[in-house]
Design a protein around this ligand. Structure first.
Ligand SMILES: [Mg+2]
Length: 210
């Protein structure tokens, strides 16, 4: 039987990214003060509007400048040296161990290349997967992945936009909406194959597909 191809998201899917962000913000506040944190939020928002994703090097540079400093490397280090491994979601490691053996596992993540790559490296995701794809907009890559895959494609993500696009572009695929983080309460249902917060349930579901 052809192996499943599993596209697994990182942020707010296997990693508690919102909590990690809070940690990063508390570090910035401790180092630069509460007022600086307000600047940080503003810069972050401007960058998101401008580029559609967080470019952490640009954010670090602008933030350092707002603090009258040219030392952006210290700011960048707060992002890149965050304790990523403290923020695994429950069941995430079990799920990865299972997928590593039973499927062709693709880590499929949107965002800033340097930051996401560092994150994936520190979490050991390069060793755990067949491929790591980091893109600025992964919905645009879905059709290409479907064409390349010989077996069924499974998409696991917390972002409704990704799940809805996957349903459209890969109609014979399996969509798993991880109802966790900021999008969990926005929609009641997306009509995905499985909708759950629980990653062990995700593992059981995929196990039954095989
Ligand atoms: Mg995500």
């Amino acid at each position: 039987m052809t192996k499943l191809t599993v596209l697994l998201d990182i942020d707010n899917t296997i990693l508690a990214t919102d909590s990690l962000r809070k940690h990063i913000e508390s570090r910035l506040e401790a180092n630069y003060g509460a007022k600086a944190l307000e600047h940080f939020y503003k810069i972050q928002e401007q960058e998101l509007t401008k580029r559609g994703f967080y470019d952490w090097k640009q954010i670090a540079m602008k933030f350092a400048k707002s603090q009258g400093s040219s030392d952006y490397a210290t700011v960048l280090a707060v992002f890149l040296e965050a304790p990523f491994n403290d923020y695994w979601r429950p069941g995430a490691k079990d799920l990865i161990e299972f997928l590593k053996i039973s499927s062709y596992l693709v880590i499929f993540s949107d965002g800033d290349e340097v930051f996401q790559k560092t994150k994936a490296e520190k979490l050991g995701l390069f060793e755990a997967s067949g491929e790591v794809i980091i893109s600025k907009s992964k919905v645009g890559l879905l059709a290409g992945i479907r064409d390349k895959s010989s077996g069924t494609v499974v998409i696991i993500d917390d972002k409704p936009g990704v799940i809805l696009k996957a349903k459209e572009v890969i109609p014979d695929g399996i969509t798993i909406w991880v109802k966790y983080g900021r999008y969990a309460k926005e929609e009641k249902s997306l009509g995905a194959s499985l909708e759950t917060e629980n990653l062990l349930e995700v593992k059981d579901y995929i196990q039954k597909l095989q």
